[in-house]
Design a protein around this ligand. Sequence first.
Ligand code: MNH
Length: 457
Amino acid sequence: MSIPIPQPSTIPFIGNVTSVEREVPLRSFRLLARTYGGIYQLNMLGQKLIFVSSYDLVNEVSDDTRFNKRVAGPLREVRNLVGDALFTAESNEPNWGIAHRLLMPAFGTLAVKDMLEEMRDISNQLLLKWERPNALIDPSDDFTRVALDTIAYCSMSHRLNSFYTEQQPEFAVAMGDFLRESGARFTRPRVVQALMQGATAKYKADMKTMKDLADQIVATRKAHPTPKHDLLDIMLNSRDPKTGQAMTEQSIAENLLTFLIAGHETSSGMMSFMVYFLLKNPEKMRKLRAEIDEVLGDRPIQYDDFAKLPYLIAVMRETLRLAATAPIRQTAALKDTTIGGGKYAVKKGAPILVISWELHRDPAVWGDDAEEFRPERMLDGKFEALPPNAWQPFGFGFRACIGRAFAWQEVCLVMASVIQRFDLSFADPSYTLELKQTLTIKPKDLYIRASLRSGAV
Ligand code: MNH
């Protein structure tokens, strides 16, 4: 016999809406997990949402044979722009399969290795900017420029040149506004949304700005093929090994936009949190700096160096444990079932939200010091020895992140170069972490200063 899933008391018509704050919903979801346990449910405007966050339950729903990604909430809205491209497709949509099979090898470690010099081109622009003496730096803003320019340059050989303007370029602003609005739209009741014609007009204009650029890049490349073997070239000229089909031009444009959307805030948020954790834990920063100095001295980092920087890798893993920048994923059962050893009934298709910020702090896996930033727990085979699905900042299964190797190499390159070259400090030494939530999570109002180390490259 199953028992009811714990739920805070509800208010007629609106259910549990008042249990969730608007500014940083993740904070409420975490607080509720601490109050109600590893599973609870909320009734949000008539829809029942199940939240799971303990290791045991997350591990159980991380099973492709029983549960599958659910495209809902903000992701549903992002579909307005990118349709059935990789990130926003249902798993059974044919275009997902075609793009997945075509692009998996193109995003593999070997393929990404060839992108190193293009990544360095962009990363150097950040280093030059930070050399300006004693400038007040907004790391989230500058890392966003790096991440966005890097994907645009590596995937379609297009330069967004975000570092050449004081404000972000038009395309980047349109994308930021579009994502913010996509996040807001799904929380609005339909009648309210219908009344917001100004917001809708702006939303459509932003979509047009982005679509036009993507369409234009695809059309130009088709008219003028280049010998360059970038992701755009692969999408235009390869065939799906299973069906022999080519991707349509529309699907190519939508996937290009998807790389930009899925790959910029996540990576930039990760680098911002990494700076935050290292500044908060100076002895870890010293340890990382010592490793980088020993391996690199004052020469630029090369591909072979990544394997010689285990502490850097551990810092990156630990950063994504404590601050998974894509903090929630949705899944749903393929048929009516129970979880928790028969305890809780779960209906087919019912929304299940996996809260990785809690999963990544479950003392059953991480121990009593789970709240501490301690990269050592990811070193010397300990990461490889973790129980399955205990660390999942890149999602799960066949719908997991396709850009993982890309992001990993980019963050290694940028962060090793930054720490090799600069002494960093909080602009406000008393800074305490607050979160900013859009589709992803970032540190709020974090400002730093960077000074060039003497004798640096
Ligand atoms: Mn990425 C899916 C996290 C970088 C492109 N990504 C996901 C998912 C998570 C995720 C979590 C699963 C979402 C879900 O279940 O609904 N991604 C990250 C993080 C980083 C990241 C934490 C950086 C750090 N992602 C990138 C980069 C790119 C990218 C860089 C592209 C260049 N991600 C994707 C795509 C998907 C995805 C595309 C969807 C894959 C699919 O469903 O087939």
